[in-house]
Design a protein around this ligand. Structure first.
Ligand code: AVJ
Length: 380
């Protein structure tokens, strides 16, 4: 990456929002993404073995390169499509279209999660700021920065805030978040990190000793982890945090099957499109031949396991080629492939998991309807 004043050329087709693109011409897809996201700030971008201070004040640390991501998609697709039962990890929903579809889901009347979390944050962001007096806000999986702003505003009013670190698997997401926040929060030191928070949380960049950090993980993204992944994630996070640091977790709560089934089967059908988007991603990025019309969206709350199980069910027996993997995959009529789990929590379950990882609880809030939870954890 050059250090001249020139912006890299904008990509022709920007479709690499939160997943790798395989048709990036001339190598590294980040070039195009940075052009899309932050333009002149490219010289500030640094990689772990090429550290360079950002002349622009914007700083992006890349823990997961495009090459790593490509390798990961191939490996996970091969593993999942050859397993019994078949499955695909939910992170591959989120290309640019998938991210837009998820944003659309959050506006559907049945999908209460986002509205409830916003209600809680609106009511308690000032308390969070007063309690933590955090100097650094780290946001894991920093999607839309709307809810983040509630925290930035109250932390700033508290006078403690110095630094914001959006941490996401996707460079354009962190770069866009950083660029727009930089306009609205002059003087705020923004350090963006590109990584897979499930794997790279232990590499969270250090901040100058003294100031406390608040790590926010919102939106019930934690629901995509199974029990083992969740325990490993909390433990890894606990290891990087220091006494005086804080963890803010947004987690959806167990409720009636009727409401959960409705939330994941919205009448407008946006969730159907979102679920099938993973097939488009595989078609585009692994040159696969999935036909969306041959699959049905299936999502049902499992009371025993306290999770919504989300799948794609083949309508008829057929074969799919995944050319980039040299793989032919056979589906039986009615065969189901899991694309996501969305675990629902109880207060007791959350406390048990976080205590086991070494956190102690400072606060636990719900919205008025007790649909969603926001909890603040302390490292002592
Ligand atoms: C982004 C993982 C929190 O599980 O509710 C929404 C994703 N999937 N509708 C969720 C999702 C189907 C969402 N999370």
């Amino acid at each position: 990456m050059g250090s001249g004043g020139q912006s890299p050329p904008a990509p022709d087709a920007f479709h690499c929002f939160c997943n790798p693109s395989f048709d990036f011409a001339g190598g590294d897809c980040y070039l195009g993404q940075v052009g899309h996201g932050i333009g002149q700030d490219l010289p500030g971008t640094r990689v772990p073995d090429g550290r360079e201070p950002a002349p622009s004040g914007l700083d992006v640390e890349i823990l997961l390169t495009e090459v790593d991501r490509v390798r990961l998609l191939r490996a996970e697709a091969r593993r999942g499509l050859t397993a019994t039962p078949k499955q695909l990890p939910p992170k591959w929903f989120y290309d640019e279209r998938g991210s837009r579809l998820f944003e659309a889901i959050t506006r559907e009347p049945e999908y209460y999660l986002t509205r409830r979390e916003r209600e809680i944050l609106g009511a308690h962001a000032a308390d969070i700021a007063r309690t933590t007096r955090a100097e650094t806000l780290v946001e894991l999986g920093s999607g839309s920065s709307e809810k983040t702003r509630l925290l930035l505003d109250t932390l700033r009013a508290e006078g403690s805030l110095r630094r914001f670190m959006p941490f996401d698997v996707c460079l354009p997401a962190v770069a866009d978040a950083a660029a727009s926040l930089r306009r609205d929060y002059p003087g705020l030191d923004i350090k963006a990190v590109v990584g897979d928070f499930n794997e790279h949380v232990r590499f969270l960049p250090r901040t100058p000793a003294g100031g406390s950090r608040l790590v926010a993980f919102l939106g019930s993204t934690i629901g995509n982890f199974d029990e083992g992944e969740r325990a490993r994630f909390f433990a890894a996070l606990r290891v990087v945090l220091r006494p005086g640091d804080w963890f803010l977790l947004g987690a959806d709560l167990v409720k009636s099957k009727r409401r959960l089934d409705a939330a994941y089967n919205d009448a407008a059908g946006v969730t159907v499109e979102f679920n099938k988007n993973v097939l488009r991603v595989l078609n585009r990025d692994l040159r696969a031949t999935f036909d969306e019309a041959l699959f049905d969206h299936v999502a049902a709350y499992d009371r025993e396991r306290e999770l919504v199980d989300i799948r794609l069910r083949a309508r008829a027996a057929h074969e799919v080629k995944v050319r980039a993997l040299g793989l032919t995959v056979s589906f039986a009529a009615g065969e189901e492939m899991r694309t996501e789990i969305s675990v629902k929590f109880t207060r007791a379950g959350l406390e048990k998991a976080l205590r086991a990882a070494g956190f102690s609880r400072a606060r636990f809030w719900t919205d008025r309807a007790k649909d969603f939870s926001l909890s603040l954890w302390q490292v002592r």
